[in-house]
Design a protein around this ligand. Structure first.
Ligand code: NAP
Ligand code: MG
Length: 403
């Protein structure tokens, strides 16, 4: 069989620990035999980040701006223990944070649905994609603990000396206060990313906030979403038969629980933090969750939603067998290859991506899976495979599909 050609390079960001091991296996067994893989490789493994003073992360993000599509392996975000373990020059920031800041994007997370792994919510038939605003609110707040009676005010002083004041509370007794902010531009680009992604994936958009209580703050979110929608997207949505729906966050939560799925749920930063963990665990497993960063300029970065699976890696280093789920990492590759294929008009690449996803799901549906899924599957007597054997089983399904 002739290998599939790629016109434009894909930006490949390698990572750490167990996911780095899976990365190599996926390339060797599932990609290189079929594709003339054209990637621009960046090693975001912690050792190389340290050797380059983290310049490699910036270079990888810049390359993503140049070529438009990237695929990223999970990476370690250093903490104190990692400083010692890797003898780091400094405590580098999270690569995802660095990349997100440079690409200015929104992260969309969606569960991978497969027969045999049933969502806890019976009526969820289609994936629910969660879009989380990744800037501001309580993640960039300022807090005060109040010890004795007194007044807390918000004071704004413009650069030309104008002042605005608002009373937060006259304290008669000890208590708490908090200040937070957001930016119109960030909310606008969040809205734009959600609507573009919705058109791309042909799904409705639901957005919830609390504008009845927070009339100015959440009110602005609601206003900006509706302005961006009306000005830039309404016509395209109507042509595509899609809708944009706004309601109060509590009402949206109630409707989500009763819905079938198949839409994008746009969430403010905190709501997205909480709800994405609820949605992903209700669908089964973090290892069955795709994640893509979509920038308003049209750059895409695909990854798995989980981390580097450190515990399994240490077992692997001791020479013990691991049964680590590679599905989300396989889907990061297929997502990126499909997008690359779409942008380049490369139909063979798009259909290869579809087929590899199909092969992965059929493998699980036939009862062959890693341990994490075997523990939750509704299938009788699943066959538990180790990390490599699962990938080889996917390869066998893929070869069968390609016959
Ligand atoms: P994790 O790697 O997501 O793993 C947490 C636990 O979840 C694992 O110990 C394992 O449970 C289970 N799990 C996660 N992915 C799995 C998979 N593919 N197959 C089977 N089980 C899986 O989170 P962590 O251990 O808290 O973090 C490890 C490192 O990842 C940290 O250094 C962190 O900075 C980094 N991280 C990176 C990203 C990213 O790059 N996007 C995201 C999150 C965390 P059992 O051990 O019970 O089997
Ligand atoms: Mg969280």
């Amino acid at each position: 069989m002739e290998k599939i050609k790629m016109q434009t390079p894909l930006v490949e960001m390698d990572g750490d620990e167990m996911t780095r091991i899976l990365w190599q296996m996926i390339k060797e067994e599932l990609l290189l035999p079929y594709i003339d893989l054209n990637t621009e490789y960046y090693d975001l493994g912690l050792k190389h980040r340290n050797d380059t003073d983290d310049q490699v992360t910036i270079d990888a993000a810049e390359a993503t701006k140049k070529y438009g599509v990237a695929v990223k392996c999970a990476t370690i975000t250093p903490n104190k223990a990692r400083m010692e373990e890797y003898n780091l020059k400094k405590m580098y920031k999270s690569p995802n944070g660095t990349i997100r800041a440079l690409l200015d994007g929104t992260v969309f997370r969606a569960p991978i649905i497969v027969k045999g792994i049933e969502p806890c919510v019976r009526n969820w038939k289609k994936p629910i994609t969660l879009a989380r605003h990744a800037y501001g609110d309580i993640y960039k707040n300022t807090e005060l603990s109040i010890e004795k009676p007194g007044k807390v005010e918000l004071v704004y002083t413009s650069d030309d000396g104008e002042e605005k004041r608002a009373l937060v509370q006259e304290f008669k007794a000890p208590g708490l206060a908090m200040g937070m902010h957001n930016m119109d531009a960030s909310i606008e680009s969040f809205a734009r990313s959600c609507f573009s992604y919705a058109l791309d994936t042909r799904q409705d958009v639901w957005f919830g906030a609390k504008d009845t209580i927070s009339k100015t703050y959440d009110g602005r979110f609601k206003e900006i979403f509706s302005e961006v929608y009306e000005k830039e997207f309404q016509e395209k949505f109507e042509q595509a038969g899609l809708t944009y729906f706004y309601s109060l966050i509590d009402d949206v939560v109630a409707r989500v629980m009763k819905a079938e799925g198949g839409f994008i749920w746009a969430c403010k930063n905190y709501d997205g933090d909480v709800m994405s963990d609820m949605v992903s665990s209700a669908f089964g497993s973090l290892a069955m969750m795709t994640s893509v960063l979509v920038s308003p300029h049209g750059y895409y970065e695909y990854e798995a939603a989980h981390g580097t699976v450190q515990r399994h890696y240490y077992r692997h280093l001791e020479g013990k067998e691991t049964s680590t789920n590679s599905v989300a990492t396989i889907f990061a590759w297929t997502g990126a290859l499909r997008k690359r294929g779409e942008l380049d008009g490369n139909k063979e690449l798009v259909s290869f991506a579809d087929m590899l996803e199909r092969a992965t799901l059929t493998t699980i549906e036939s009862g062959k899976m890693t341990k994490d899924l075997a523990l939750i599957t509704a299938l009788q007597d699943p066959v538990v495979l180790n990390s490599r054997d699962f990938i080889l089983a996917v390869k066998a399904s893929l070869d069968e599909l390609m016959k």
